[in-house]
Write a protein that binds this ligand. Structure first.
Ligand SMILES: *Cc1c(COP(=O)(O)O)cnc(C)c1O
Length: 323
């Protein structure tokens, strides 16, 4: 069996990120609600992708890569953070993005421009077209004598998920230090890597903890998340026996991925009003709305200690208006 420490990792983030109780929201709902501040991971505007990139870019470096390619939507936080982390490591970043939504120089596109990332748009709705384009770019780079490393959308591959296995461990250690046990962890499920890593981390380090992902996209996460959990467990040389209760999902997509929803926007306002914290309309706002819906449905036990993951998203916030 392998341990997390057996995998190359470049410490890019400022970790551990803070974990503390949301006093006002806990009081309103009569529950112990904590927040894990992964919006403060410390590169660019922060966010969850930094933890994945610690492992992915260590692998890239180890393979001698001088260029890193990745993809996402036009307002991808993941792509922007890949560019930021690549800059720090002296690597070139090529962002092959879907030309959809707000692709003008706003939000993460403004940050990409500041970071000097090489942004290329593909006018398509399908990632298979984007990956085909990435393969062509990779081939060209190799011919020029470069070595390129390709990261799939969201960094949601087993190596990336290790970042969230590590985060789960970090949460349990912090909670223990603070004198409470974590009954629930709530996170956002966008491409699945965060959820899979967190759920696997819970299985390994705190089996009583229930991990629930709030899906902000319509993909079949009931298949994607357990598959990624198994693959990540395989990386750690462990066989995983999954029960249905190990993968919990609540869909909170609204009218579509990256389209702000009334529930999400209300949740953003609640967090801002009560706790002075800013969520985003694409990921964390909808995730928090899903959490509030679960609270209303009586999903959590009396006296439950619940940790909500703030996974970032500030870059996209300034690309859109929030009516
Ligand atoms: C990417 C992202 C997520 C979703 O994480 P996945 O690992 O892709 O499921 C959540 N919040 C923010 C802010 C993100 O950028």
């Amino acid at each position: 069996m392998k341990q997390l420490a057996d995998f190359p990792r470049i410490p890019l983030g400022i970790l551990p990120t803070p974990l503390y109780k949301l006093e006002n929201i806990s009081h309103i709902y009569g529950k112990n609600i904590y927040i894990k501040r992964d919006d403060l991971t410390g590169v660019a505007l922060g966010g969850n992708k930094v933890r994945k990139l610690e492992f992915l870019l260590a692998d890239a470096k180890e393979k001698g890569a001088d260029t890193v390619l990745t993809t996402g939507g036009a307002q991808s936080n993941h792509a922007m953070l890949t560019a930021a982390c690549a800059n720090r490591l002296g690597m070139k970043a090529i962002l092959v993005l879907k030309k959809r939504g707000i692709w003008e120089r706003k939000g993460n596109q403004l940050l990409n421009a500041i970071l000097g990332a090489d942004v290329r748009f593909v006018d398509t709705d399908r990632y298979e077209n984007v990956y085909a384009e990435m393969a062509v770019i990779m081939e060209g780079l190799e011919k020029e004598g470069h070595r390129a490393y390709s990261i799939p959308v969201g960094g949601s591959v087993p190596l990336g998920s290790l970042g969230y296995v590590r985060c789960a461990k970090e949460i349990f250690e912090q909670a223990e230090g603070m004198g409470f046990s974590v009954n629930h962890i709530l996170c956002c499920t966008g491409s699945g890597g965060t959820h899979a890593g967190m759920a696997l981390g819970a299985k390994l380090f705190s089996p009583e903890t229930v991990v629930t992902g709030v899906a902000v996209d319509d993909d079949p996460f009931e298949e994607i998340v357990p598959r990624l959990m198994r693959e990540t467990a395989a990386l750690l040389e462990r066989t995983l026996f999954l029960a249905d209760s190990d993968v919990n999902l609540k869909y909170m997509v609204g009218s579509g991925y990256a389209i702000p929803s009334p529930e999400g926007n209300a949740a953003i306002r609640l967090m801002a009003k009560e706790e002075g914290l800013i969520l985003d309309p694409v990921y964390t706002g909808k995730a928090f709305a899903g959490f509030l819906a679960l609270l209303q449905e009586g999903y959590f036990e009396e006296d439950a200690n619940i940790v909500f993951l703030h996974s970032g998203g500030a870059g996209g916030l300034f690309a859109m208006d929030m009516a």
